[in-house]
Design a protein around this ligand. Sequence first.
Ligand SMILES: Cc1ncc(C[n+]2csc(CCOP(=O)(O)OP(=O)(O)O)c2C)c(N)n1
Length: 573
Amino acid sequence: MVSQARLPEPGQVVTGAEAVVWSLVAEGVEVVFGYPGGAILPTYDALFRIGEPRHVLVRHEQGAAHMAEGYARASGKVGVCVATSGPGATNLVTGLASAYMDSVPVVAITGQVPTALIGRDAFQESDVCGITMPITKHNYLVRDAGDIPRVIHEAFHLARSGRPGPVLVDLPKDVANASLRWAPYPPPLDLPGYRPTLDGHPRQIEQAARLIEEASRPVLYVGGGVIASGAQAQVQELAERAHLPVVMTLMGLGALPGRHPLSLGMLGMHGAAYANYAVSQADLLIAVGARFDDRVTGDVKRFAAKARKIHIDVDPAEIGKNVPVDVPIVGDARRVLQELVRLVAPGRRDAWWEQIRAWQESFPLVYERRAPYIAPQDVVVQLDALTAGEAVVVTDVGQHQMWVAQFYRFQAPRLNVTSGGLGAMGFGLPAAIGARLAVSDRPVVAVLGDGGLLMTVQELATAADLGLPLPIVVLNNYALGMVKQWQGIFYQGRFSHSLLPARTDLVAVARGFGVPGRRVERPEELTEALAQALAAPGPYLLDVQVDPDAQVMPMVPPGGAIDEMIGVKGRQA
Ligand SMILES: Cc1ncc(C[n+]2csc(CCOP(=O)(O)OP(=O)(O)O)c2C)c(N)n1
């Protein structure tokens, strides 16, 4: 945390830009991701002179924002990105929106034109605070250099506390060049109106405990909030104590180990049939750190229609937003569950589990293999086996993302790094680089679609610069696979602009950026190729040629109830 040792002496005169950099040092920031430009030059000069934190030069600011997100998602620490004014700042927007949707702590620092030019359409001016207002938890336009340490300290506090999220600090060039007297860090925080409620209301927690004891078909539905608050041990304890089946959202995967017998995996649009059946037949749904997203609920009116609902969330605005709730509990998931576990009597639900086991037996999560192709799901299954579900797997957006969610059994939280709420293609490669820098004790693997890779392909150069081990596995179907799947099902196979010509040689592209790789064409090569990529000392790209017509199944058609899936295969089928 805050170490005063390396900081300027109190009373020492520093520039605004130096104050920014020293504040980052004081916040314990190890790495920032950024790209320089005119309005942010004073800060870059201060970074050069002070020599810390480490700076990673990206090749596009979108990459910086996604790297900061990837770093934060994999570590739980605040990710930091830096960009210049105007186009630099607007290039951060997608990453900030993605962090906002998934409640990821990120601090973005942007240069701004000098104060006197603001509002005059100056060169490289854009109203970044206006643009990012709806996609940040908070943002600041700093007008006085003396405010900088306080603003940066508040930005980090807001980003990581309560419901985490991105915060932006916009720094005009004249403010960066102005002087201030350094005071001991951190400056005192006084944020009237910002006091997240962390402890749940005791009577509501008691009521929740009673409902759990009385329920005969309860389901625990956990989302990303569990991972943000570090509540995985409490989830497991509650599930084991009350013998609860656990379903997870895309963002919640890993909250309970994927190999745990009480785990039913992911629910929702591409959830396992048995997970969706369990929710549909439940008489009690205990939602923790989850927001009843439409990808989870399908037709919201028919979602868990037989169940009473308990909703635990740190953000009061989430409660009752999408579904009516019987027991609302505002609080930090870990603290509330700790209390709930204490109050709930141990229980067994043998009849309910018998029903669930019957669904699992009759409708397992299965997929087709069509010779001579590599089934994309096999790539994920083999990766899961080779890494024992213990790797950080960073995905982009599309079919491959859903196959990873279905078949990689994440054994711990923060292993599944993906842009869930926004679903931003181009996320995967830079986020994997950010995650790789955050995590040193386990493999970090990027699993990407060919479309998504090409959206931020220039970050291969950043990966090559860093030289850290990073297997990049492309499930190459020469298509925008998820779009093609929808067109196949809902638009009678009219594949409007979803097929990518097979002319791009991804291995040659990677080599051009300084990243070695190989193409994998036959199922027999797969295990050895994956092992080779996992063992490579630096970034390594596998261009895996997969079945071009493979689909993500089962699937809840838009507007359908979640137990009305298509593509559910019975054991006998
Ligand atoms: C920036 C952006 N543009 C468009 C989309 C819509 N979209 C969702 S999935 C998808 C196809 C992804 O194709 P690819 O990256 O090849 O992955 P695949 O589905 O084949 O695994 C598209 C275009 C998106 N999610 N993000």
